[in-house]
Design a protein around this ligand. Structure first.
Ligand code: SF4
Length: 229
């Protein structure tokens, strides 16, 4: 096998790292492969697009990996693809997606500048809740996306994302008021846009959540305050 320059460099780094750790007395350690060190989102997509780790691979029309800016400061995480997303192979393209665009715009974010993904990459039949074993098999893909994108902020949308990312199962009304971190990244919580389509009562609190997120974003990016009312 012919190694390119980056692979040779990665192998040299691994070898040196291994020698140093060994000299400190550690015999067992995990050494990442060159392909992992230099992995891109596209590599991850190609590696996982034919995933058959859980039974949802049999009923899906398309694998819905995620979409958006691969260097996004803000990453949005929802539940799972619905019917429109399954048909198109893109997240949040149906009515909930159109509403999400409006919510983002209301606090001066464009969809193109954020990255959007779901807990599950394949549609559960009839939009039922994701099952714990499906999430167990699928979550490593999302975790790797987060590692590659390295967002400064995550917005968890809906109880399923909150349950599996933050381990919280209570009422979103209370959870969304708390501060969270995931993988050292600040996490905000709000309702899933599909919930807003079902119950208009969630619109006001969702808007309050994204305004709070926007203010935090402006602060950490050293950007001037904006009028958000
Ligand atoms: S839901 Fe996730 S784990 Fe299951 S087949 Fe699809 S990509 Fe694989």
């Amino acid at each position: 096998m012919v190694l390119n320059r980056s692979s040779r460099l990665a192998n040299d780094i691994r070898r040196l790292y291994f020698q140093q750790i060994k000299s400190l007395g550690e015999e067992e350690l995990y050494i990442p492969q060159a392909s992992e060190i230099f992995m891109t989102l596209e590599d991850l997509y190609n590696k996982t697009k034919n995933c058959a780790e859980c039974p949802l691979c049999e009923s899906r029309t398309n694998y819905v990996f995620g979409a958006g800016n691969p260097k996004a400061d803000l990453m949005l995480i929802g539940e799972a693809p619905g019917r429109d997303e399954d048909l198109k192979g893109e997240p949040f393209v149906g009515r909930a997606g159109q509403l999400l665009d409006k919510i983002l715009k209301s606090v001066n974010f464009e969809r193109e500048e954020v990255y959007i993904a779901n807990i599950l990459k394949c549609r559960p039949p009839n939009n039922r809740d994701p099952q714990p074993d499906e999430v167990e098999h699928c979550l490593p893909i999302l975790n790797k996306q987060i590692d590659l994108i390295k967002p400064r902020i995550i917005l968890c949308m809906g109880r399923i994302a909150v349950q599996y990312l933050l381990g919280e199962k209570g009422s979103l009304t209370k959870i969304r008021e708390k501060d969270y971190e995931y993988k050292g990244i600040r996490v905000f919580v709000t309702y899933h846009p599909a919930a807003l389509l079902r119950s208009a009562q969630y619109k006001r609190p969702t808007w309050e959540d994204v305004k709070r997120l926007r203010r935090y974003y402006l602060k950490i990016m050293n950007m001037p305050d904006e009028k958000l009312d």
